[in-house]
Design a protein around this ligand. Sequence first.
Ligand SMILES: [Fe+2]
Ligand SMILES: [Fe+2]
Length: 340
Amino acid sequence: MAAAEKKAGIADALDEQFYQINLDILESFSKYRPPLALYRFREDVARVVLFCRAGDRLSNEQVEELARLVEEGLIFVSRADHPVYVKHISYQLDLVLVDKNLHESEIADIFAQAITRRLAEFFSQPVPLVFAKLWTDLMVLTEYLFQDIHRVRALQKRLHTEHNLENHSFDCGVLGLALHAKVHAAAYEGGEVKRKHLDHLVCGLFVHDLGLTKVPGFILGKDKGLTMDERAKVQRHVPAGVEMLGKLDLRFPEVEECVRDHHERLDGSGYPQRKIAPDISHLARLCGLVDSYCAMVTQRPYAPAMEPMKAMATLMQDPGYDPELTRALQALVLTTGKRK
Ligand SMILES: [Fe+2]
Ligand SMILES: [Fe+2]
């Protein structure tokens, strides 16, 4: 049997219980103290044995031996260590693209953790340097999804249940993408969608509410109705967000549409410009729809979570939303069979 074939066979057999790691992944670990137990496949006895425990201090010789064994495809980590591995890899998200042994559901866990954390970092410090990290991770996500846009379905099963700005933004990003994938499935299959368009619309969906970082926390956390003045302050998050895009030098039309128009409604009942249907882009309609839905089905300080079908029924009756998109979202929510 050829060496490569033999290795592939080994990997297949072990795939259920272990992840095989490659040099990129090894290099992302602390060199002398791997963060989780490593296992070595012993060809002579045809089984996996412990190479080192989590946090063990390795000697120089062991470090060299480890690199050689990894190169030969003989080093594994246990799937039982999934939480440690997910956390670790989520700090260096591009590894997801090179690790061929991760299952789709595991990749979805990693993306959910990484992107939510990056969003939280950005919202607590919305400056270009921190945004750059979020952008890098979003581009790993689009690289992954562009290969098969329907991969977003696994992410859709990982929406958050607790309400805060990063969770809400992640949920809107993912559900918005799922809806986009559903509505434009044929265009993806026909190769008509440009990667750049996906990059920019993903960014727009995930950061649509960045202006909320300028609204005082006590207003957002209020469990009672807002005063006129407080409501005006909340609504200011839209122009504040547009202004922030300028400072971040984020001047893509897709991002601007999401940030500027996600509270506009087709019947002119929205804000801040009270635009009407022809002036609201398809993407802004989509963003506004998933934004409302995600807020409605999550418990917020001022309102309990609504049942998904009840939320959908409310949206269907509201002339502010695009009926075609609303029907597509309802179908999506129904077929997923999940809470959201
Ligand atoms: Fe908003
Ligand atoms: Fe929102």
